[in-house]
Design a protein around this ligand. Sequence first.
Ligand code: KE4
Length: 436
Amino acid sequence: MQPTMKTRTSDIWYARAQNVIIGGVNSPSRSYKAVGGGTPRFFVRGEGAYLFDVDDNRYIDYLAAYGPLILGHAHPKIKEALLAVSEEGTLFGTSTPYEVQFAEMLREAIPSMERIRLTNSGTEAVMTTVRVARAYTGRSKILKFQGSYHGHFDDVLVAAGSGPATLGTPDSAGVLQSVAQEVVTTPYNDISSYHRALETYGAELAAVLIEPIIGNFGIVPPDPDFIQAVHQGAKEVGALVIYDEVITAFRFHYGSVQSLFNARADLTALGKIIGGGLPIGAYGGRRDIMEWVAPLGPAYQAGTMAGNPASVRAGMATLHVLKTPGVYEDLTQKASTLVGGLQALAETYRIPLTVNQYRGAFSTHFTDRPVRTYQDADEASSDLYARFFHGMLERGILLAPSKFEAWFTMLPHSEEDLAFTLNAAEDVFKAMRTQL
Ligand code: KE4
């Protein structure tokens, strides 16, 4: 029986946090509300594949800060970059050579980004691609896929309407009905619904906004012909295609999903990994579209910290490490070891489990059915995920506190870490079996 972990100091910090930070967290994802509650652990140190909480418990980390920490924590090259920044100055409010070098690295990896602008978050990046698409096309509506998350700006905090290809309804208080009415939502991996939406709203569509490989209702790759249908349909109605690659860029290989799918987005939004653990976002695309952005054009976007030396130099350091041959094969191998082990254990202990993997990332859905759409992911058991999450946490494995997130491998995950993880999972499945 696993000794119960000491969490007293996290309890104290959580009580104190709730007196000043709303919900005690600076992002709702970090609360444990989606996994039946409990005290979010408070962490003070990361080292390679591990995080250490305020009670000095060690966790093997598969959250990877929701994706950015592909190199692991406190990587020497990141330390080096940030030491230089701390000595030379963190922010000038001016142009710097670093942001030029960084933007050139991004374009070299993602050629469809002919012109680029740096921002401070993925939300800002996606939000601006929507604004620029509306400016360029002169159209007001966007189409997004149900269950996808694109950040917290109004246009995308929109839930699916009643039917499969309908106008959205606000998915957050404070989002206006008039804003939601400009958003068409349709199920991912559903070509006929997509075509129906285009028939009804195509002439009004500025853009189709897609996570080309879903990362926000687990990892869900597109069906073989889906991506091609998305591009073809958008082209036929004169809408742009925006790839939200905040999760996917540099996650699966050195570049974007576009080169894996032999596709070319009109606009692309980036974030997470490219900042090396610092605040970052970037958007870019076709030169004729991007030239609508101020100061060249009338579409405005700005930011005090945009392109700041700290985020940019940490980002460049990260990309340089990710260029190392074999890096992505190694991440994929780690994920495959975990996926194979989890599937075998779920079978042994008769736990309903579907695992979706794409190279170095995967997601665990407590259902015995395939997960290809948001609805499939939503119907998977929240209760079983919550039990799994807490059971693994108690045993020193940190997963995302939501059944809709993914496991991310990191460079420093060792064979021993993977074996330790699978042993913990066996323990938890054993305990879950007795409660099923
Ligand atoms: P940020 O504004 O959080 O940097 O990026 C927003 C965003 C945009 N697009 C996609 C596909 C994203 O996944 C995200 C942010 N992802 C979430 C969780 N999957 C971040 C976690 C959080 O909000 O705390």
